[in-house]
Write a protein that binds this ligand. Structure first.
Ligand code: GLA
Length: 743
């Protein structure tokens, strides 16, 4: 670690950097740190007051470009102290700070003033660590920076260390704050509810603060820790394909908060990390707290460009890879699954599941997943959670006969678990009523007849890890659907002294990650899905340990178009599981054709979740054909570049998406009609991202192109003239899909 800044110190890792490279360097003369990666440059520096100040975040600058040294804002008025208006990288609540602090601490002697100045830094491959220290107290904050050479996405987090002689309480700790220059912006963020996740909300950024958060102990359906801020300073500049976009996503599956604020001088900052609501983390002398990672990126190509960068980053840098694909750059596309939930609910039996497995195998399914109901005294949702032994009435000989049957049908086997929960009506709760989150002598609020185990406790953590490890040791299980069906209430942890109990907000999630990491280590072939009553726990934290997610319990194929559209702003289709279920649909009572349902689900990672024992031969034939077609193009759909051609949002009559694989040899197009009105035909789809010079042949997967459309034409033709649908492509809930293959 460098305690001073020797004049000889000039990190300059490359004089001329190729486009796909990264570097971090420090310029002694200007006291400026610079990170370059992808098409992005990020610059911050030490200003004359000693504060670490953001200087530039945007499109990549030339290597030779120099910024003028960091200068704090001047005092515009006595009400605008520079401490508050200067865009600091990580500002302590102290001096006169009126915007969101990154860090707020109460000291044992009552002091609450914290002013962080540059102390030292160290470089590391692909990034650097910068240490800040309070101006008089031994509070050290190490800011971690890394930049991805491909996408230019930055990963920022902080480690807070106290060397005080008495404990201090951290009341607020962000992972990072991002700053944008004065300007006019549109804010995009994702909100939702159970059965209606991932609604894209777009609004002009105004003076004041917009708070996006979860106070629920987990990520939540109601808001997702992602944002995108799009510049509208130049009229007409911003849309799906154009305009500057700064975006970010927080990697934390506990209570979180992102505050997007535009100050009175029009500058914007986005601060995110642990939710400070009910937060209080006691640091004893010498202890440290690591914050989550806040990822941030920049695109000059609109929201579409931003999501393509995020998808690529997630696929290459966040998602775990299985042993099967170890050493390969990308995780393997998800197996096409069958899931029993909507077919049988809790009524799972060896014979019933075996019959479904036979049908599933005949369709070309890769993985058979048995959902809720197989364990303890689980008949409905009021009993059994916590008792992870096989129910002998339903499976007299254990799970082995069913698993063997599934294997004999050339599928692998997956199983549903909900490890962090307990029904009061369970042997586990009767033995350990103290294991749940609770305040002694206060009510324990149930939801879905269940309580939340306090995973922060070592004994609970060991129990959960122990039963999962045993389950995986004793059974040939390839996949766990890991569910989490309620949020916290009464979040007490009475094993600890009162002042320390709020550590539960950090320790619970850390233990969750620890269990997932340990399970993956012990069972490297096992894959895991993050489910929380649908999409209630999807974020870049849990995605480090899980291979896929369940975006919503709402499987209505029309509703799913909007949910999937919203999901795609933040997350790659690789992880987006999508099942085909019954029509009429249980939630909306909407009737749709099987082909429409299949194509809606084929936009992500396909599954079937209906009672296929009841399907007609014709349905089975349609599904079999489309599963086979999907298998052929799946890598393009889930790992290619996604273009949202027509959004299904806001009651759109039509919607369409397109994906192009990375070497531009294949593209897949999906088109959906909600309800034809006034006889309008489907708009000609001007495709994107193809090689203009190459020839592409269009082949229908479902539906037809216009009889006038050529079968083969150049990329330029498909992008400029466009793909024209069959004139008969009309009606309610109609769908078509095409593949384009380079000749
Ligand atoms: C949650 C999940 C469903 C299903 C049920 C089982 O609601 O989201 O997919 O697994 O639990 O109880």
């Amino acid at each position: 670690m460098l305690k001073t800044l020797p004049a000889t110190l000039l990190f300059c890792f490359a004089a001329l950097l190729p486009a796909q490279s990264s570097a971090a360097r420090f310029d002694m003369g200007t006291k400026e740190f610079r990170l370059d990666g992808g098409n992005v440059t990020y610059v911050f520096g030490v200003n004359p007051r000693g504060e670490l100040q953001q200087m530039y975040w945007g499109a990549r600058l030339a290597d030779s470009d120099k910024l003028s040294p960091a200068q704090p804002m001047r005092e515009v008025a006595s009400f605008d102290p520079p401490y508050s208006t200067t865009p600091q990288e990580y500002v302590g609540w102290g001096a006169g700070l009126y915007v969101e602090p990154a860090l707020k601490i109460t000291f044992a002697d009552g002091n609450r003033d914290l002013v962080l100045h540059y102390d030292s830094h160290t470089d590391k491959p692909g990034g650097l660590d910068v240490v800040l220290k309070d101006i008089s107290r031994p509070i050290y904050v190490t800011l971690h920076y890394a930049i991805d050479p491909e996408t230019g996405i930055l990963a920022r987090s902080a480690t807070i260390e106290s060397r005080e002689s008495a404990p201090v309480t951290i009341e607020q700790a962000a992972a990072a704050a991002w700053a944008l220059p004065r300007g006019q912006y549109t804010l995009n963020y994702l909100t939702g509810r159970w059965g209606g996740e991932y609604n894209l909300t777009q609004e002009p950024l105004q003076h004041g603060a917009r708070v996006i958060e979860s106070r629920r102990g987990s990520t939540g359906h109601q808001a997702n820790p992602w944002f995108a801020v799009q510049s509208v300073t130049q009229p007409g500049a911003a849309d799906e394909d154009h305009g500057e976009v700064w975006f970010g996503a927080l990697g934390w599956s506990g209570s979180w908060r992102i505050v997007v604020e535009q100050d009175q001088l029009d500058a914007v900052r986005v601060t995110g990390g642990f939710n400070p609501f009910d937060f209080g983390y006691v640091l004893k002398p010498g202890e440290k707290l690591d914050t989550p990672i806040f990822y941030g990126g920049y695109s000059a190509h609109g929201l579409g460009g931003a999501s393509r960068l995020l998808h690529s980053f997630e696929n290459h840098n966040i998602l775990p890879r299985t042993a099967k694909t170890a050493g390969q750059p990308l995780p393997k596309p998800r197996p096409v699954i069958y899931n029993s939930w909507e077919a049988t609910e809790y009524n799972v039996t060896e014979t019933g599941q075996s019959a479904l497995a036979e049908k599933a195998a005949a369709l070309g399914i890769d993985r058979f997943v048995m959902d809720d109901g197989w364990f303890g005294q689980r008949k409905v949702d009021n009993a059994g959670l916590g008792d992870w032994y096989v129910n002998k009435e339903k499976f007299p000989n254990g799970l082995k006969p069913l698993i063997d049957k599934v294997h004999s049908l050339h599928m692998d086997f997956g199983l549903w678990v909900e490890p962090e929960m307990v029904n009061p009506n369970s042997d586990l709760y009767r033995a350990h009523p103290d294991w749940v989150l609770n305040f002694p002598n206060r009510p324990r609020s149930e939801a879905r007849n269940q309580l939340v185990l306090n995973l922060a406790r070592t004994d609970v953590r060991d129990y959960v890890l122990g039963f999962l490890d045993k389950l995986l040791n004793e059974n040939d299980i390839a996949f766990l659907k890991w569910d989490y069906n309620r949020n916290w209430s009464e979040p007490g942890w009475d094993q600890l002294p009162p002042a320390e109990q709020k550590k539960v907000y950090v320790a619970f999630t850390q233990n969750l990650y620890g269990i997932l990491a340990e399970l993956r280590k012990r069972h490297p072939n096992v894959e895991i899905e993050s489910c929380s009553g649908g999409g209630g726990r999807v974020d870049l934290g849990i995605l480090r340990y899980t291979d896929e997610v369940w975006p919503s319990d709402n499987t209505d194929p029309f509703d799913r178009l909007t949910i999937q559209d919203g999901f795609s702003y933040a997350y790659t289709p690789q992880i987006m599981m999508a099942w085909v279920t019954a029509s009429p649909h249980w939630l909306n009572k909407r009737t749709t054709s099987l082909a429409y349902r299949m194509l809606s689900s084929m936009q992500g990672s396909l599954g079937i979740g209906d009672n296929i024992a009841k399907w007609s031969d014709q349905d089975l034939a349609v599904a079999k054909r489309l599963i086979a077609a999907y298998h052929e193009v799946q890598p393009t759909i889930v790992q290619g570049d996604l273009y949202r051609l027509i959004s299904p949002r806001n009651g759109s009559e039509f919607s369409a998406t397109q994906t192009v694989n990375h070497d531009k040899t294949q593209s897949v197009v999906f088109a959906f009609i909600h309800s034809t009105q006034e006889g309008r035909g489907f708009p000609i789809l001007k495709l994107k991202g193809l090689d203009p010079q190459a020839q592409y042949t269009v082949t229908p997967i479902e539906g037809k192109a216009s009889h006038n459309a050529p079968a083969t034409a150049s990329g330029a033709f498909w992008m400029n003239h466009g793909l024209d649908m069959d004139d008969n492509f009309r009606g309610d809930f109609q769908a078509a899909a095409f593949r384009l293959d380079r000749k």
